[in-house]
Every structure is written in structure tokens, then in C-alpha cells.
Write a protein that binds this ligand. Structure first.
Ligand code: GTP
Ligand code: MG
Length: 333
């Protein structure tokens, strides 16, 4: 895969909404081979004018909160409303265990079988921001393929929520009732990022606990700055298994969207995301090429030894490594 003809073929396949072509395009974008990357970037660049049209929704929450079940139900409901839905599932643990994708597919069985849906696991890789890079490219490709809604599922493990917020227009935090008035160890920083909070599993004998949790979160939010200027993060209750509360979730996502559009924050938010992405990629590239420079690994080993033997201070040793790479140490050390 490095022929111009193949890029053209993939491009028209993606534009036609051919799911096999979309899958091949995403695989190409995920490839670490240099010629694949070149082809993938060319493909994405050509498709860029067709991107940006989707509702980009992130769903995060603790393992087992019901994210996949909720996406299955919400996705099927959205398809009923005439929308095409793509789901990208990021699971930081799956790259290690290699197993849970099968579980996700079975949890989204109806959706994965539907012709108006596309479900794809998204690997977490790269030095910075595991989620960000490959998932972002997959999202752009889904948009070019005509999906109206791109939902990114990511298990919340402290850092991943912030990465997910860098990718989507609306971040939805899924919680489960249970621990009474205790806020499930959800950190303030994460609640601050949420554009929407959903207390899931509000069914059976959990309804009262769900109501209690909703009140607690609502209260806690009042002390936090808004996720989006002019927006009050709603706290909703839902049952993904019973399918209750889904239209309300979508209504909230749409209301948030209207605010973003009307206030100009949608363009602003997406531009800021792209610029931060650019910055982190530049830093990643510079760092990688620094380590690839001739003499640098040796200079680092040398510096480590000199620091260990207390021959040099850490700033002095740093300056030596930078000079060994043929660069000038920054003036502000
Ligand atoms: N009672 C009840 N159970 C639910 C609900 N939503 C999900 N579950 C159950 O909770 C379990 C976990 O659901 P998942 O949808 O796999 O949760 P998840 O958040 O995607 O989990 P991970 O992807 O592993 O982080 C499953 O057994 C679901 O059937 C709900 O609304 N009510
Ligand atoms: Mg899941």
C-alpha cells in the first residue's frame, strides 16, 4: 500500500460511505510504517474539506458504568431518528490484555449489525496522549464517510478524560449510583470537564440511589467553573438496559451544541484542540529526532554517569547532552 491509485480508491470508497474502505483507511492511518503514514496523511489531507460535520460526543466513566450499553441504546435510537452513527472505542487496557474488544462488540450487538452504524476499536499508542492521535484521525475519516454522530467511548482512568475532552465537542460523564452521598472518587478536575453528567443504571432498586446521586452531583457542580462558557452542566438519570432517559441525553447534547454554535465556541474549541494537537506533535517529533541524533544516546549515558559520580550538576550535564547533539542549550535553564 503506497500507490497513488490505492489512495484514490480509498478516498472514493470513504466518500461513498463504504465501510470496508473506511476500515482500510483507518488501518492505514494506524500503521506505523513510513510509506503507510505518508499515504494516510495524503488521504486525510484530501478528505479534510469533508470533515468536521459530525456531532463529536465523548462518553467516559468508570469501568462497567454502562458506557457500551448506553451507546448501543442511544446509537440505535439515533439511527431511528435518521442519523448515521460511528463509535470509536478506546480502551487503554485492551492494548495490554488484547481482549475486551470482543466484549464491546457483543455489548453493542444491535449497533454493530446495523448498516447505519460503524464500530471500531481505537488503539492507544504514541508517546503523548494515547487517545488523541489515532482516534482523532479515525474520527476525521468517519466524518468524511458521512457519519452524523461520532461517539468516542473511553474508560475513565484519571488522565484519559482530559484527552477525550481534547477530541470531542461534548464530553459526557457516565456514573453509577450506589455509594450514597460519596462522589465515587470522581476528581473535581474531571467533573469540570464534563458537559453532561448521566447517572446510569437508574432502574430497579437503584432508582432512589440514582436520584440521590443526581442531587449530589448537581450540588457539587455548583462549586465548579462551567465546562463551557454560559453552560450549566445538566445531571440526568438514565437506564441503558431499559432505554430510559436516552432522548433527554440527546436533547442535552443538542442544546450544548446550539450554545457552542451560537456563541462561536464550536469553531473556537475545535481550533484550540487542533492547535494543542499541533503543539504536542511538534514536541513529540522534536524529542524523537533529538534522541535519534548521532552521539546523543552516548552523551546521555555519559551525563548519567557524571551526575551519579557528582562530577557535574544536573543542569551542567543537561547542557553537555544538548551540545553533544550539536544544539545550543536554551538560555533559560
Ligand atoms: N441494571 C443496569 N445494568 C446496566 C445498565 N447499563 C449497563 N448495565 C450493565 O453493566 C455491565 C457493564 O456494562 P458495559 O456497557 O459493558 O459498561 P462499560 O462502561 O462499557 O464497561 P467497560 O467498557 O468495561 O469500561 C453490563 O453487565 C451491563 O448489562 C443499566 O442501565 N442498568
Ligand atoms: Mg465498554
Amino acid at each position: 500500500m503506497s500507490e497513488r491509485a490505492s489512495v484514490e480508491q480509498l478516498k472514493s470508497g470513504v466518500i461513498e460511505g463504504d465501510r470496508a474502505a473506511l476500515s482500510r483507511a483507518i488501518t492505514l492511518a494506524e500503521s506505523r510504517r513510513g510509506d503507510d503514514q505518508e499515504a494516510a496523511q495524503q488521504l486525510i489531507a484530501e478528505l479534510l474539506p469533508r470533515t468536521g460535520g459530525a456531532r463529536r460526543v465523548g462518553i467516559t466513566g468508570v469501568p462497567g458504568a454502562g458506557k457500551s450499553t448506553a451507546i448501543e441504546a442511544l446509537g440505535l435510537w439515533l439511527i431511528e431518528q435518521g442519523l448515521k452513527v460511528a463509535v470509536l472505542v478506546v480502551d487503554p487496557s485492551s492494548s495490554r490484555s488484547g481482549g475486551s474488544i470482543l466484549g464491546d462488540k457483543t455489548r453493542m450487538q444491535g449497533l454493530s449489525a446495523h448498516e447505519d452504524a460503524y464500530i471500531r476499536p481505537s488503539p492507544t499508542s504514541g508517546m503523548l496522549g494515547g487517545i488523541a492521535r489515532k482516534t482523532r484521525e479515525a474520527m476525521l475519516l468517519c466524518e468524511a464517510a458521512g457519519y452524523d454522530v461520532v461517539i468516542v467511548e473511553s474508560v475513565g482512568v484519571g488522565q484519559s478524560e482530559a484527552e477525550l475532552a481534547e477530541l470531542v465537542d461534548c464530553l459526557c460523564l457516565l456514573l453509577v449510583p450506589g455509594a450514597g452521598d460519596e462522589l465515587q472518587g470522581i476528581k473535581r478536575g474531571i467533573m469540570e470537564l464534563a458537559d453532561l453528567i448521566v447517572v446510569n443504571k437508574a432502574d430497579g432498586d437503584r432508582v432512589d440511589a440514582a436520584r440521590q446521586a443526581r442531587g449530589d452531583y448537581h450540588q457539587a457542580l455548583r462549586m465548579l467553573p462551567p465546562s463551557t462558557e454560559g453552560w450549566e452542566t445538566p445531571v440526568l438519570m438514565a437506564s441503558a438496559t431499559e432505554g430510559t432517559g436516552l432522548p433527554e441525553i440527546w436533547e442535552a447534547i443538542e442544546a450544548h451544541r446550539r450554545l457552542l454554535e451560537e456563541s462561536g465556541q464550536l469553531t473556537e474549541r475545535r481550533l484550540r484542540q487542533r492547535q494543542r494537537w499541533l503543539k504536542s506533535m511538534i514536541e513529540e517529533a522534536v524529542l524523537a529526532s533529538f534522541h535519534d541524533r548521532e552521539g546523543v544516546p552516548e552523551a546521555i549515558a555519559d551525563a548519567e554517569r557524571k551526575v551519579a559520580e557528582e562530577q557535574l550538576t544536573v543542569p551542567q550535564a543537561t547542557a553537555e547532552v544538548v551540545r553533544a547533539a550539536g544544539l545550543d542549550p536554551p538560555e533559560r535553564a
